[in-house]
Design a protein around this ligand. Structure first.
Ligand code: PLP
Length: 475
């Protein structure tokens, strides 16, 4: 035993250097310097004007440039920060760049980005009221505001989940649980297979949720307008009467921004007492713009819905607002029972972990709460309106240009168009060049087998001029 080990302490592993176990946690000049180092970088990044778009590197390049950071003694905060800033971060595409127009971009407000750091610094457990009441209260303020905007009744409530995929899955699990309970109460047997009805154009996460739940997907055909209507849903319900536990309507498809005919779908689900879920991960935010509200008629009849703040509500990754018309059913479906949790689950407290598939939970709604509280809801409506208006303007420009044509008129902030005469390889070369030149990130998409281009507009910093410059490169 060496001289510096007090009597009774376990002997150190031979050969390991002397380490004080509290060195990483104690408040010391060293830990303060580490916090400063990281916050300085976070500040530079958060307020960086003209931030580069950046681009992926190959595994080989990253191995050469960045391997070997995990060592027994540590490389220190300065070197680790520098490695991230100079090598790793530039190998990540900047999703909030105004030229990032693929998939669904992100565009967190500066207030939301900054507050995300506070959430990290505060070590809040967001799963239970007992531990996180202040945070849960603030999140609920946001959820109740959203629920009212969507026309849901006063008792509606929910939880911020990781993303739309998990939000959809959690809602569908609640819906199936409700159907099982109804069968039990009526003395009816459950069907051999459960099924969920959605549009053939629904997001892939519905299929994924169905696979996890081991239920069937009945894909109802959308009309010529791309929207799912009540008639198609009625036929799907009649053909699968006992099996269907939920219908999913999409409030803004990811590919085109198409909003299903929710009112006519809701009429069919209400008539048959089938659960109606609205997948509004991307598009439901548009309901905050008053002139868009008629397109979403029927949302107020939903049993559950989701909208992703990390998409069009300007929050950082990752957050999905999952809202139930009556959260009591979600609690029955999702509350985890365990002896060590009894003190939490045997109260009437509002515990967010009871409403979806999760237990431990980051208070991931707080960045949106802070930004909304800071700026007020009017600015949010204006920022969302920007995307809708800009999509219409650039669609008009595309229509006016020889060689370009719209695949369909934009309904929300997604514009899909083609460059006449180009092969898939032409599109890919053009897209690669645009990223290589750090102009924009526009990956080719496809529609019914045809390669097409797609602008998804989220950021209020994306301008008409920037989009016109991109169109110019298609000449
Ligand atoms: C993005 C999206 C999802 C999935 O959400 P994630 O947050 O990526 O898991 C589901 N549905 C629609 C309509 C979407 O646009």
């Amino acid at each position: 035993m060496t001289a510096d080990v007090p009597d009774g302490a376990p002997p150190r592993t031979p050969g390991s250097p002397a380490q004080e176990p509290d060195r990483m946690h104690a408040i010391s000049p060293e830990t303060k310097a580490t916090v400063d180092e990281v916050l300085d970088y976070a500040r530079r990044r958060a307020v960086w004007e003209d931030i580069p778009l950046d681009k992926p590197l190959t595994p080989r390049d990253l191995s050469r440039l960045a391997a070997g950071s995990i060592t027994a003694a540590g490389i220190g905060a300065r070197r680790a920060t520098s490695l991230f800033e100079n090598v790793l971060a530039p190998a990540c595409v900047t999703t909030d760049h105004p030229g990032y127009l693929s998939f669904i971009p992100s565009a967190p407000t500066k207030a939301a980005i900054a507050f995300d750091l506070v959430v990290s610094a505060s070590s809040i457990y967001g799963g239970s009221w007992m531990e996180g009441s202040g945070a849960v209260f603030a999140e609920n303020e946001v959820l109740h505001w959203l629920a009212a905007e969507f026309g849901l009744p006063a008792g509606a409530g929910g939880v911020f989940m990781q993303g739309g995929t998990i939000g959809n899955l959690s809602a569908l699990v609640t819906a199936r649980d409700a159907a099982r309970r109804r069968n039990r109460e009526a003395g009816r047997p459950d069907p051999a297979r459960w099924a969920v009805v959605c549009s053939a154009e629904a997001h892939s996460s519905i299929t994924s949720a169905a696979a996890v739940m081991d239920v069937d997907v009945v894909a109802a055909p959308p009309g010529d307008d791309g929207r799912l209507h009540g008639g198609a849903v009625a036929r799907a319900l009649d053909e699968n009467a006992e099996a269907v536990f939920a219908v999913v309507a999409t409030g803004g498809t990811t590919n085109f921004g198409i909003v299903d005919d929710i009112a006519s779908i809701a009429a069919e689900t209400k008539a048959r007492e089938v659960w109606l879920h609205i997948d509004g991960a991307y598009g439901l935010a548009a309901m905050l713009v008053p002139r868009m509200r008629p397109a979403f008629a029927g949302v107020e009849l939903a049993d559950s819905l989701i909208v992703d703040p990390h998409k069009w509500l300007f929050a950082p990754f990752d957050a999905c607002a999952l809202i139930y018309r009556d959260p009591a059913g979600a609690k029955l479906a999702h509350t985890q029972k365990a002896e060590y949790l009894d003190t939490l689950t045997e109260t009437a407290d509002w515990n967010p972990s009871d409403l979806g598939i999760q237990l431990t939970r980051r208070a991931r709604g707080l960045p949106l709460w802070f930004s909304l509280a800071t700026h007020g809801t009017d600015l949010y409506r204006a920022a969302i309106d920007h995307g809708i208006t800009l999509a219409q303007q650039i669609a008009d420009e595309i229509t006016a240009r020889a060689g370009l044509s719209l695949v369909r008129d934009p309904q929300l902030s997604v514009v899909v168009f083609r460059r006449e005469g180009w092969t898939p390889a032409d599109y890919q070369r053009w897209s690669d060049g645009l990223l290589e030149d750090q102009v924009a990130f526009v990956v080719p998409s496809s529609h019914r087998g045809e390669t097409v281009l797609r602008f998804a507009i989220i950021s209020p910093l994306t301008t008409y001029d920037r989009l016109v410059d991109i169109l110019d490169t298609l000449a």
